[in-house]
Every structure is written in C-alpha cells, then in structure tokens.
Design a protein around this ligand. Structure first.
Ligand code: NDP
Length: 332
C-alpha cells in the first residue's frame, strides 16, 4: 500500500515536491486493534502550519514520516470488541490506504442518515468550527450584520448559514463569481467577490449599518477592509488567516495592522481552536445534524478521486479551487 510522507518543509508555497509516495506494509491488527481502509481523506488548511518546524498547538509533521489528518475509513479486520468489520469510523489517521490502530483512537460514525463524507465536513471538524466560532463567540443576534470571509469554504459556508438561522443579515466574501452565486443560493444576503470588486467599497455598500460579527478565515488585505467598519462591541471569532499560511520567512506580519480599530471600537476578538469546545461536541453534532435534516443548512463538497490526487487537493485549498469541503475519495 501507499503512504504519503512529508518529503521537505516548504518555505512559502508548498508544491507536489513537498510530498512523496512510499510503499509500506499493511500491519496485522493485534489485541484491541483494527485495520481500516481509507474511504475519504480530508485536506485542511491547518496542515500547512504543521509542515513548518515550529511548535504550535499540534506537533509539526516530520520529514520522511507520514502526513496525518481526518480520514473516514471502513473496518476490514478487527481484534477489538468495540468495532466489527464493515463499521465506518473517523479519526486522525496517517495518509495511507490502510491504517492499523487501536480501536480507542477512532470514532464510530453515527451519521443521522447523512453520507459518510459529511463526517469530515459539515458534520465533522469544519462544521463544529463554524458552530462554536459563530454561536459561542460571534453570537449573532436578529438584525445584526455578520460578515464571513472564506465564505464558500467548508467552515465559512456553514458559519454564514448558522448566522442566518439567528436572523442576522449575512455578507460573504469569496474568490469567484461561481462561489458568490453558490453562497447566495444557500441563503447569504450578499456576496462580495474580492477578485473582482474593491472590497472596501463593496463592504460599505453591503453593510450600511456597520459590522457586528466578523468571522475571520483569511486575514490579510481582505480583513483590513473590515476593521474600519466594525461597530462598537463587535465580536470577531478569529478562526484562521489562510492568506498568511504561505508567507516566506521574514515577510511582513500583517496581523499588526488591526489593533487600533479593535481598541477604538472595544472589539472582543477571540482566537479559538475547535478543540477548546470538546465538552460541547455532543450537543453540536446533534444540532448540526438536526439543522441539516430540517434543511436549515446545506453543504457542498469538492471531491477528487484517487489516493494520487491528495497533494493536488491540498494545494488547491490555497488557490481557492474548492467549493465547500475539499475531500479525496480514496476507496470504495
Ligand atoms: P476552505 O474550505 O475555506 O478552503 C480554503 C479557502 O480559502 C479556499 O477555497 C479559498 O477560497 C480561500 N483562500 C485561499 N487562499 C486565500 C487567500 N490568500 N486570501 C483569501 N482567501 C483565500 O477551508 P476550511 O473551511 O477548512 O478553513 C477555513 C479557515 O478556517 C482556514 O483559515 C483554517 O485554517 C481555519 N480553521 C480553523 C480551525 C480552528 O479550530 N480555529 C479549524 C478549522 C479550520 P476563495 O476562492 O474564496 O479565496
């Protein structure tokens, strides 16, 4: 079977060269272990950070060692009482076609009737991220104005719909006309294509009452247009800043430009990790599944087929190739 390893650490943009495919054995399970066949593999922007040799909230990937991330897999062999052959699970697993791991390290999926791939998107880590960022930090209220950047992505598309559920007026910022059409079709009130429009002017027009919640996914120039429009006591869930992930060492720290506005408007701006909310996962999964069933939220997936497409899918995240959650379908 094939395993994808980190070949070298990128300085700036990663490329196909960042990865190498190696042949490795499929291990037999021992007591309490299971062998899992990868069905869907998730590529996520945070993985870029793990490619740097810097200590963060997760350990860096090691050169010559497998990459690792969210995977949905099927149990093909079991020596565990917890899982039987054919069960579908998800977990943080190596980028391999098969993983043999302790049954304790994966979660058996309860899909509430949804497809298994949703466990990596709307009913998985990105969905939870949108939920906690919007409902525990952003806390949009009826009639407020909410702006979401990266709005057609896995997190952003859900975050915007969750704000709509609360009766907010929701504006999304995206990188193409197709994405603008998409987010309007799922209920966003306004869509701004930052590649075509002057973001500052478009935001001023779209947000005549200022901005009460800014769900931050991208950072950089786009967000710089948001700060001046923040209302007193606005909330800014700082989910990510993808525009900075591929900066080379020594490039300017764009984060510095925002502080003045935050002080002036007494903004509560809170960085968060989805893992901070572990004690609320159960209610969040149940809520998201119910919203999905009631068609209060919708979701999109961009799916590449084949284990050989993993690098391409990952690199595409930074070029805006995906609508909704980017996944790789590995096996039937
Ligand atoms: P997405 O599905 O949103 O994919 C990434 C998207 O980002 C692209 O499609 C692209 O859309 C946009 N993008 C890429 N480069 C740039 C750029 N330079 N400037 C502006 N937009 C860009 O990914 P996710 O939904 O998985 O993640 C979204 C954000 O949430 C990321 O910042 C990620 O790190 C963060 N995150 C944080 C978590 C937490 O616990 N705090 C957990 C999960 C995610 P477009 O075409 O519109 O530019």
């Amino acid at each position: 079977q094939q395993q994808i390893q980190l070949r070298k650490r990128p300085d700036g943009w990663p490329s196909e060269d960042t990865f190498s495919y190696e042949e490795v054995d499929v291990q037999e399970p021992s007591t309490d272990e299971v062998t899992l066949k990868t069905r869907y593999l998730s590529v996520d922007p945070y993985m870029r950070g793990r490619m740097n040799d810097t200590k963060s909230y997760v350990e860096p990937f090691q050169i010559g060692k497998p990459l690792n991330g969210g995977i949905v897999a099927e149990v093909t062999k079991t020596k565990s009482e917890k899982l039987k052959v054919g069960d579908i699970v998800s977990g943080a697993l190596n980028w391999q076609e098969y993983n043999t791991v302790s049954a304790e390290t994966v979660r058996k999926l309860d899909l509430h009737g949804a497809s298994m791939s949703t466990a990596l998107g709307v009913l998985g880590m990105p969905g939870l991220t949108a939920y906690f960022g919007m409902y525990h930090i952003g806390e949009p209220k009826e009639g407020e104005t909410v702006v979401v950047s990266g709005a057609a992505g896995a997190v952003g598309s859900v975050a915007g719909q969750l704000a709509k559920r609360k009766g907010a007026y929701v504006v999304g910022i995206v990188g193409s006309k197709e994405k603008a059409d998409y987010i309007r079709s799922i209920g966003f009130d306004e869509a701004i294509n930052y590649k075509e429009k002057h973001v500052a002017e478009a935001l001023e027009r779209a947000c005549p009452n200022g901005i009460d919640v800014y769900f931050e996914n991208v950072g950089g120039d786009i967000s710089d247009q948001v700060w001046p429009l923040l209302n007193p006591f606005a909330r800014v869930p700082v989910c990510g800043a993808i525009s900075s992930y591929n900066l080379e060492q020594g490039e300017e720290d764009i984060g510095r430009r925002v502080q003045g506005y935050l002080v002036k408007a007494r903004v509560k701006m809170q960085g968060f990790l989805v893992g901070d909310f572990q004690t609320h996962y159960k209610e969040a999964y149940a809520d998201l599944a119910r919203f999905l069933q009631n068609e209060e939220i919708q979701f999109e997936e961009t799916i590449h087929e084949g284990f050989d497409k993993v690098p391409e899918a990952f690199l595409g995240l930074f070029k805006g190739k995906n609508i909704g959650k980017q996944l790789v379908k590995v096996g039937e």
